[in-house]
Ligand binder design. Structure first.
Ligand SMILES: [Zn+2]
Ligand SMILES: [Zn+2]
Length: 219
């Protein structure tokens, strides 16, 4: 079954409320879904407090609904502070909105993310450097391979840096509407298209997300 660790709801710029997206994920064969709405100091409280209200409801369908955040467009030198705040307020999974080629994300955002062991996933890291990928490996920050069209042109580069550094990867959709959610087969195809071997693709679609869910639930 599929595990999706990067998605958005109406709590930021997604199309559905959390329980609606949860239902769509169940129907599409998911066993776990992380809601990771765009976050900064302004909305951390509200996002986490509100999304958590639907966790028990989603469990009725056997879905493990994880309440995370995607820390987005925060000045790079203040990322550590916002990560700390997010944890304090109960964020279960911390994703950082990386230096995608599609948006003017501040330079050094990737560096700040991979330097902080409290960060779980660096999303769409664009032209991440080998040095940053090595830091990701050292701090166990997982690098994202994305199916999202606006962010995926650099998947091949991200995969190459991750493989060279020995950093781990995960395939996410960054779903903003329910049609963005994908099956296991499509996730494997996205990984293979990024240049991963069959074995590495399975790691990024099964082993790594499984381990991240265990990490979240073990905290
Ligand atoms: Zn993002
Ligand atoms: Zn996102």
């Amino acid at each position: 079954m599929r595990i999706e660790l990067h998605s958005h709801t109406l709590l930021s710029d997604g199309e559905l409320i959390p329980i609606e997206l949860a239902r769509r994920a169940v129907v599409k064969g998911h066993k776990a879904l992380a809601i990771t709405d765009h976050a900064s100091l302004s909305n951390l409280d509200r996002l986490i407090f509100e999304a958590k209200k639907d966790v028990e409801l989603a469990a009725e369908w056997g879905l493990d609904l994880i309440v995370g955040v995607e820390i987005t467009h925060v000045p790079a030198r203040r990322i550590d502070q916002v990560v700390k705040e997010a944890r304090k307020k109960g964020a279960e999974l911390i994703v950082i909105h990386g230096e995608t080629v599609n948006e003017p994300v501040e330079k050094d955002t990737n560096h700040a993310a991979v330097s902080n062991p409290e960060v779980d996933i660096l999303a769409h890291p664009g032209f991440i450097t080998l040095e940053e990928a090595e830091l990701a490996k050292r701090n166990d920050v997982v690098l994202e391979i994305t199916s999202r069209r606006s962010h995926n042109p650099t998947n091949g580069h991200v995969a190459r840096m991750a493989l060279e550094a020995g950093a781990r990867m995960v395939v996410n959709t960054d779903a903003h509407d329910p049609s963005d959610l994908i099956t296991e087969e499509t996730a494997l195809m996205v990984a293979r298209a990024a240049g991963l071997s069959e074995k590495d693709a399975r790691m990024a679609v099964y082993d790594v997300p499984e381990e991240l869910v265990r990490r979240v639930r073990g905290r």
